[in-house]
Design a protein around this ligand. Structure first.
Ligand code: ADP
Length: 542
């Protein structure tokens, strides 16, 4: 017997319809490439998204055709989120930090038909447009009078002229909720990038789950600032959860430096912000240097790489901001776990609470996880045993787009490539990416633990721990360190700082001071590059 409830497909268009009807006056504020601040409402987003849909129809784009964006976080990008997916096309967000050649490869692989880009990225398009085999239309996200003259980009038109000639009435089509809605390529540090292809259903379920109180806790009372780029796994799903809850959205545009982000938080009364640790590092340094405090920020979700304890403490103790440490992947839409405390933790000392907060957190409903040994045998949830982390759920990848080499799944589970422990309360803690694991004398050393201690030292801005070959122990850890501007710390002082914080054999053998640690397109430390840079390095005494 089937249930007797309405069978309505879960479609992204319903989000913007809802936001328009129930939160029509809700504000969307964007710092623009033009440098000024733009503000309008959900009602405007909705009507301009419908213009986008009409404009795509006028271009005769078919259902599931790909529309690419190369853009910062801003209101026009948001309109494309709803207009492209809502009308049945697939939004393909490109990462401008990749090498132009790689961007061209990705556009061709995805078979993008339309490419919309911020004027910041005109040089990239000029460099690659001749190599793009499928793109028929180039649209610059600007007013008609800001269209770059003599760009050499064929048929280039301005976004405002493109949608401006379209009516703002449109009937969103109804179709199978499993249809593709957007796609995002992983950075492909090994081999060519691979694409996760999200569906309307997966996106909607992820948006519901992401907004829950023990996840990102989003509501109509919030003003959210996604510093995480909209080209980085759909800004962690925030635009969708925001439309679902009617919260104010604030977009930073291209100004991602600490000062600009801090000023935007203050001027727009942001209550909730999201980003990777490197972004917050810049903002905290700016605040410390200028003796600043927040007046409205209540919580921040930090993920993408491990959040160092020093950052959690700074936010929490110095500024009264709750840190939600979160973990996920492009292949997971991306949310997997978020670290919020349970009732039983409330009575703990702040030191013991910190031990919990440092973990990547508990699975949100919809995500199931397990850890296994090399033979695939499940490991206990005792907070000590570690193994390869596998996940499954309705917003987790089943197959890569145009997958070569078959499904990545193992018995229905997706292997994340992370190594983790899970404690009896279900809190997962990443010890390493499996390719970054350091094996010394048969024992694993968590590079994240070693890094977290280094960045807790007041003179350290950034630290990366890697393994170096050792004749007796196979590998030994060393730590590459970037000092804070003007700060001094010696190798001996830093090594002494490890005393009593981890087991002696886990303390790095050496400290290498560097000017910078190579960062990838999504702000993560690139240890492969660092290893290359340090390939001639020899451990002391060897
Ligand atoms: P995202 O785009 O969400 O950063 P990626 O697919 O680029 O996802 O990278 C996912 C990987 O980033 C994870 O498998 C994990 O290794 C790492 N990662 C993400 N969040 C965390 C975290 N909070 N702590 C440690 N590592 C993390």
């Amino acid at each position: 017997m089937l249930g007797l409830m309405q069978n309505q497909p879960l479609l992204i268009s319903s989000l913007i319809d809802f936001a328009e009807r129930h939160h029509g006056g809700g504000e969307i504020v964007s710092r623009r490439v033009e440098g000024d601040i733009h503000r309008y409402t959900y009602k405007d987003v909705a009507s301009r998204s419908r213009q986008v849909a009409n404009a795509l129809d006028a271009m005769k784009l078919a259902f599931s055709d790909r529309v690419a964006t190369l853009a910062w976080n801003g209101y026009r990008h948001l309109e494309l989120y709803f207009g492209v997916s809502g009308s049945g096309r697939v939004l393909h967000t490109l990462n401008p930090r990749l090498h132009p050649e790689q961007i061209a490869w990705i556009v061709n692989h995805a078979e993008d038909q339309v490419l919309c880009f911020d004027t910041t990225f005109v040089p990239i398009i000029q460099a690659i447009h001749k190599h793009l085999t499928t793109v028929k239309h180039f649209v610059a996200l600007c007013d008609a009078d800001k269209l770059p003259a003599d760009s050499g980009i064929p048929g280039l038109q301005s976004y405002e002229a493109w949608i401006g000639q379209q009516p703002d009435t449109y009937r969103w089509p109804e179709f199978d909720e499993n249809s593709a809605s957007s796609m995002c390529y992983t950075s492909g540090t090994t081999g060519n990038p691979k694409a996760a292809l999200y569906s309307h259903r997966s996106t909607m379920l992820h948006a519901f789950a992401g907004a829950l109180p023990d996840a990102l806790n989003m509501s109509a009372r919030d003003a959210v600032l996604p510093v995480v780029p909209m080209f980085h796994v759909n800004a962690w799903g925030l635009p969708y959860s925001a439309a679902m809850t009617g919260c104010k959205m604030v977009f930073p545009g291209p100004a991602m430096d600490g000062k600009s982000i801090f000023e935007l938080i203050e001027s727009e009364k942001v209550s909730f912000a999201a980003g990777v640790p490197t972004v917050w590092q810049m903002m905290l340094s700016h605040m410390a240097a200028n003796d600043l405090t927040f007046s409205t920020l209540k919580r921040t979700v930090i993920g993408g790489s491990a959040c160092p304890p020093a950052m959690i403490t700074a936010f929490n103790d110095q500024y009264g901001v709750e840190v939600l440490h979160a973990w996920g992947m492009t292949e997971m839409s991306p949310l997997g776990t978020v670290c919020t405390l349970k009732n039983k933790h409330q009575a703990l000392s702040s030191e013991d609470k910190m031990k919990v907060r440092l973990k990547q957190g508990r699975a949100i409903f919809g995500v199931d996880m397990k850890i296994v040994d090399p033979d695939g045998k499940e490991q206990p949830w005792d907070g000590k045993a570690f193994g390869d982390l596998l996940v499954k759920g309705p917003w987790i990848i089943a197959d890569y787009f145009k997958a070569e080499g078959g499904s990545p799944l193992v018995d229905g589970w997706f292997p994340t490539g992370d190594v983790a422990t899970i404690d009896p309360d279900g809190y997962m803690q990443i010890t390493d990416r499996s390719k970054d694991v350091i094996k010394s004398g048969g024992e694993w050393i968590s590079s994240i633990d070693v890094e977290n201690i280094a960045v807790a030292h007041p003179a350290v801005a950034m630290a990366a721990c890697i393994g170096v070959k050792h004749p007796k122990w196979d590998e030994r850890p060393i730590i590459a360190v970037v000092r804070k501007p003007g700060a001094t710390v010696t190798r001996e002082e830093l090594l002494a700082f490890y005393e009593g914080k981890i087991a002696k054999w886990q303390v790095p053998d050496d400290v290498v001071f560097v000017d910078a640690i190579p960062l990838g397109g999504t702000g993560k430390m690139q240890k492969t590059k660092l290893r290359e840079q340090l390939k001639d390095y020899v451990l002391p005494g060897i």
